[in-house]
Design a protein around this ligand. Structure first.
Ligand code: F3S
Length: 285
């Protein structure tokens, strides 16, 4: 009988759970009003659809906003000048920014205050990074986003560097980047802002992927943290697959498999993980 192992930290993280709870509360309190989330509340289309049925629409273009509408800031956060703009437009703001993302904002402010040039290790176009850069701007500091090792070259001449990371940054890259910077700069101050939820999920994959025949990573295709779990898994086990839903699973993936590992990104709801597990069970029978 084949064995299925679900990783201990698969699925929703604290910040996403919190944002969804806030959104559900607002959908009850502001029933009848127009409620928007600025971008999808989580990177999972199925869960976004479930919330839409509760009255929470994803804001695509800002011209849809009317005075008195409710706007939910999702766990990634937004730049402070954007928030100010919404308040000035007469919108009700509900802030569901994850406290760990808030901690990155505060870390940046602190580094600027202490006179460091800020290096933010993250993805340039990620909403969390865009939000954090807004706090850098507000604090009047200078800094850059470092996405690849090549980007590090740009700060070779800087003497005092303060490092923070996008909460979902890969630990390996964080280690490498900090190591390089420590060799060049006169002084570096590192504030490790990688969220535990990310490392716990990544550690699960390091642990599980090499031990199983097939590894399934469940989560939105547009979810950065899910994609990273998949990349790590593939580097350890070529029979790794990334699916959004149970329907995407293909029977041929499991040919001869004795053990199957399942994990999921921080934005994957439990009900989808359960469906995937059931379908794998069905295929393995
Ligand atoms: Fe927050 Fe970490 Fe989740 S930063 S949104 S708890 S991945």
């Amino acid at each position: 009988m084949a064995k299925i192992v679900v990783a201990p930290h698969a699925g929703f993280c604290f910040g996403v759970k919190r944002a969804i709870n806030i959104a559900e509360r607002i959908s009850r309190e502001d029933k009848g009003k127009r409620i928007w989330s600025i971008g999808p509340l989580i990177h999972n289309p199925q869960e976004v659809e479930r919330l839409r049925k509760k009255g929470i629409e994803v804001l695509e273009t800002e011209d849809k906003l009317n005075v008195g509408d409710t706007v939910i800031i999702r766990s990634h956060g937004i730049p402070p000048d954007k928030e100010k703009e919404y308040i000035e437009k007469g919108l009700k703001i509900v802030d569901a920014t994850c406290p760990y993302v808030k901690a990155v904002h505060q870390a940046v402010e602190r580094l600027v205050e202490e006179g460091y040039f800020v290096v933010l290790l993250g993805e340039r176009n990620h909403p969390e990074v865009i939000g954090t850069l807004g706090y850098l701007k507000k604090a009047g500091g200078s800094g850059i986003v470092v996405e690849t090792k090549e980007d590090l070259e740009k700060v070779k001449h800087i003497e005092r560097i303060g490092v923070v990371a996008q909460t979902t940054q890969n630990e390996q890259f964080f280690k490498e980047a900090v190591g390089e910077l420590a060799l060049w700069a006169k002084e570096i101050k590192v504030i490790n802002t990688i969220c535990n939820a990310t490392s716990e999920r990544q550690e699960d994959v390091y642990e599980l992927a090499p031990k199983v025949d097939v590894m399934i990573i469940v989560g939105g295709k547009n979810s950065g943290n899910t994609r990273r779990l998949y990349e790590i898994s593939r580097s350890l086990n070529p029979r790794s697959y990334h699916v959004e839903t149970a329907q995407e699973l293909e029977e041929s993936w499991f040919d001869g498999a004795e053990t199957v590992g399942i994990t999921a990104g921080a934005s994957t709801p439990d009900w989808i993980i359960e469906e995937v597990k059931k379908r794998v069970e069905g295929i393995l029978k």
